[in-house]
Design a protein around this ligand. Structure first.
Ligand SMILES: [Zn+2]
Length: 245
């Protein structure tokens, strides 16, 4: 294949643009923020689950406190009723003894219920503190996630800028190459990632292999417009004054 040596040299600009586009793609996939976001989302999910669990325990206790208060109220009402009856003077002596006995029982029951209520309220208070702490942890995890997302978006925006610039470089370069040369370049690039490289000090700029003397002699003998490729990696070898020929 033949191509003007000046045109061949412009393949190096195309290869440089393509190399940067590959780096952009690689960075986009391997950005550390992506793993960070995944980890932060996991932490946030766990803390939200923990908060829901604490809140459920708290509302269970709330219901228990209400039930206990109602129970105490009914015991107290029963005692009031008994005392009123005793004070009315219309109660026979036998019934009076029964009422006194019942009042004593109610009194003990009320004390026990009130002790339980105190215990419930203490547990509820502890859960409130727990909920506050867990809620603060959720806030913290949300902030960390938002921070990682913002850094990822900034990195993506920077990569977008580089990509747009390099896409434009590429689009401007493409019309300069004859079709067969471009096809060869694209085919090698699709297979080996690098389509063309500078032959620098007798070394292939793509695979870094140093050419043997026979190959160097062949290259020296080849006309300037001959399109040469690396025997090792197939990249188009572009000759310049740096080639060491
Ligand atoms: Zn090579």
């Amino acid at each position: 294949m033949k191509a003007d040596s000046g045109v061949q040299r412009q393949l190096l600009d195309l290869a440089e643009a393509d190399a940067e586009l590959s780096r952009v793609e690689h960075k986009r996939r391997t950005l550390p923020e992506l793993a960070e976001i995944e980890a932060a989302e996991k932490v946030l999910r766990e803390r939200k689950d923990a908060l829901v669990s604490v809140q459920m325990q708290h509302s269970d206790l709330d219901r228990e406190v209400t039930r206990q208060e109602r129970e105490i109220e009914s015991v107290r009402a029963r005692g009031d009723k008994d005392r009123k009856l005793m004070a009315s003077g219309s109660v026979a002596a036998k019934q009076l003894t029964e009422l006194e006995h019942e009042l004593a029982t109610l009194g003990r029951r009320q004390t026990a219920l009130e002790d339980d209520l105190l215990d419930l309220m203490e547990r509820r208070e502890a859960l409130e503190l727990d909920a506050q702490r867990t809620s603060a942890e959720v806030d913290k995890a949300e902030k960390e996630l938002a921070d990682a997302v913002a850094r990822r978006d900034q990195a993506f925006a920077d990569l977008d800028t580089t990509q747009a610039r390099r896409d434009a470089d590429r689009a401007a370069l493409l019309p300069r190459f004859p079709e067969d040369l471009l096809k060869l370049y694209e085919r090698v690039r699709a297979q080996k990632n690098i389509g063309a490289a500078l032959l620098q000090s007798r070394r292939c700029g793509a695979c870094r292999l140093e050419l043997d003397r026979n190959t160097v002699a062949e290259i020296k003998a080849a006309p300037a417009n001959e399109v040469l490729t690396c025997d090792n990696c197939d990249a188009i070898l572009v000759r310049t004054s740096e080639s060491g020929l």
